[in-house]
Write a protein that binds this ligand. Structure first.
Ligand SMILES: [Zn+2]
Ligand SMILES: [Zn+2]
Length: 237
């Protein structure tokens, strides 16, 4: 195992890296939801951009980013849940947003058809088309949705990096992770770091390891003396 100070340094590096990634990811989600999720042309030359926040999914993603900034960034476990939710909502938006846009455009086309276009017909002027309904769904998606997805991926990465040092995750791990004895099948908490099975007394160490009779330090099979206290270790074979 690593010495304790090294573990602490690794932990601090992981925590810092995780915090940076989580903040960058959340910032990406904010920029993404304020950016265009839908972009389309009406009357052939007017471009309309609809920001993500006017859609339900966009609003939900923005709230996740807000929660991260408000304090959820301290728990990578919470950030992980948030990142998965944003990935789900923005994935849904890729399907739903184009449908919504086309539905709205079709509505406007109906209104035009019944009023303006009927009037234009009287003067033999071609009908006004609100938009090209043949546009592919993917072409209606704005780049804001892309940023939201990228932000969510960075947030996901940040929370995974920080998970091993998350106090909440560690607390849950210490109270749930169990070891199973391969001799009698009894299970106990990993946090007890038991060297012998509490039920049958068999050693929990790999067969190539033995314990020093003097201080209990792990010794390798070929060792003749303990690396910690120097006690002679009698070979079994
Ligand atoms: Zn056992
Ligand atoms: Zn020893």
């Amino acid at each position: 195992m690593f010495p304790k100070p090294l573990l602490a340094i690794i932990g601090r590096i992981l925590a810092t890296l995780s915090t940076v990634l989580i903040l960058v990811g959340a910032a990406g989600i904010v920029a993404g939801t304020l950016g265009p999720w839908a972009t389309f042309r009406v009357f052939h030359n007017i471009e309309i951009n609809l920001p993500g926040i006017i859609f339900l999914g966009g609003g939900l993603c923005l709230s996740v980013a807000a929660l991260v900034f408000l304090g959820a960034r301290r728990s990578p476990l919470l950030c992980l849940a948030g990142a998965l939710a944003v990935l789900f909502w923005s994935g849904e938006a890729q399907k739903r947003v184009p449908e919504r846009v086309k539905f709205q455009l079709a509505g406007s086309q109906l209104v035009l058809a019944s009023t303006v276009n009927r009037l234009l017909d009287q003067f033999h002027i071609p009908d006004i088309e609100v938009a090209n309904f043949g546009t592919k769904n993917s072409e209606l998606l704005g780049e804001g949705l892309d940023w939201t997805l990228k932000g969510a991926n960075v947030l996901l990465l940040g929370s995974l990096v920080g998970l091993p040092v998350d106090p909440l995750a560690v607390w849950i791990f210490r109270r749930t992770a169990r070891v199973r004895c391969c001799f009698c099948g009894v299970k106990w908490l990993l946090s007890r770091s038991a060297r012998f099975c509490p039920s049958c007394g068999e050693s929990t160490l790999p067969s190539s390891w033995r314990l020093c009779p003097g201080c209990g330090t792990k010794a390798k099979k070929k060792d003749q003396h303990c690396v910690s206290c120097g006690t002679a270790i009698v070979s079994e074979s």
